[in-house]
Design a protein around this ligand. Structure first.
Ligand SMILES: NC(=O)c1ccc[n+]([C@@H]2O[C@H](COP(=O)([O-])OP(=O)(O)OC[C@H]3O[C@@H](n4cnc5c(N)ncnc54)[C@H](OP(=O)(O)O)[C@@H]3O)[C@@H](O)[C@H]2O)c1
Length: 245
């Protein structure tokens, strides 16, 4: 995969990890399109990243997702990299949560269905390019869930599984399937929790370096250690996550 001249769609490109990826990949000489729900946040992103394209879309609404696909095909026929990064995490206990059904629907729609549907609908366009990639942003919580985010963790575990199957299905094509497993990153999603967070820009640099080298699983040493610990002593990994992951 060449390092510049790509056309890259980043969902959730208006803040946190997605915004940092948008900045890094634009700076490297790629055309980047950032997707988000909030128009003001997208405008602010355009103000800091020169040349950034933005499209407002609520990925939790299937009709808007279909319209996004039509718009991408029409305006960006050279699209060759899709980064499924948008996500949300609600923390709640099932016996106490009054909006339980709404929250379950929303989390699964944005964290699992949207990446699956977007990848499926953009597949024909990606398949026409010389080199293409689908990048799914999962989480260490796909391996070891935490207590107060059952649907978030289940959605990420399913997205991890889908990523692996799709990679096998597409291994004889020009489309690579990549998984980015961030460590704890200092973003709106993690505000007020956790220690030892890294900055989104540091993750974006790590991603750019590993992605263009051809890695299919991109993560940090700390997360690899948690994955290893989960294989060797799953009880210890579980206790760590229950304490506050
Ligand atoms: N931060 C971490 O430590 C961490 C660790 C592991 C994995 N991750 C994963 O990394 C990804 C990015 O997380 P982050 O920490 O950067 O979160 P963030 O700062 O909260 O950003 C989330 C992004 O997703 C967008 N988004 C959310 N719902 C959407 C929807 N319905 N339609 C369109 N866009 C939507 C948001 O845009 P709007 O504000 O406009 O809705 C925003 O741009 C997520 O998939 C998350 O699960 C994060």
């Amino acid at each position: 995969m060449k390092r510049s001249g790509n056309t890259i769609l980043i969902t959730g490109g208006s803040s946190g990890i997605g915004l940092a990826l948008a900045g890094k990949l634009t700076e490297m000489g790629n055309t980047v399109i950032a997707i988000g729900r909030n128009k003001d946040k997208l405008e602010k992103a355009r103000a800091v990243i020169s040349g950034l394209h933005t499209i407002t879309c609520d990925l939790g609404r299937p009709g808007q997702l279909d319209e996004l696909v039509v718009q991408i095909e029409r305006r960006f026929p050279a699209l060759n990299i899709l980064i499924n990064n948008a996500g949300l995490q609600y923390n709640y206990y099932w016996q106490e949560e009054v909006q339980l059904v709404d929250k379950i629907n929303r989390e699964l729609q944005v964290n699992l269905l949207a990446p699956a549907l977007l990848s499926a609908q953009l597949l024909p366009l990606l398949a026409r390019q010389e080199a293409a990639a689908i990048v799914n942003v999962t989480s260490a919580l796909a391996w070891v869930p935490k207590e107060d985010a059952p649907v978030y963790c289940a959605g990420k575990a399913a997205l991890h599984s889908l990523t692996q199957s799709l990679r096998w299905q597409l291994e004889n094509t020009r489309i690579k399937v990549v998984e980015l497993v961030p460590p704890l990153v200092d973003t709106a999603m993690t505000a007020g929790r956790g220690k030892g967070k890294i900055q989104p820009a540091a993750l974006a640099s790590l991603f750019a370096e590993r992605f263009f080298k051809g890695d299919e699983l991109i993560t940090t040493g700390k997360i690899r250690m948690l994955m290893g610990m989960n294989r060797i002593t799953p009880g210890l990994a579980e206790r760590m996550m229950r304490k506050g992951g």
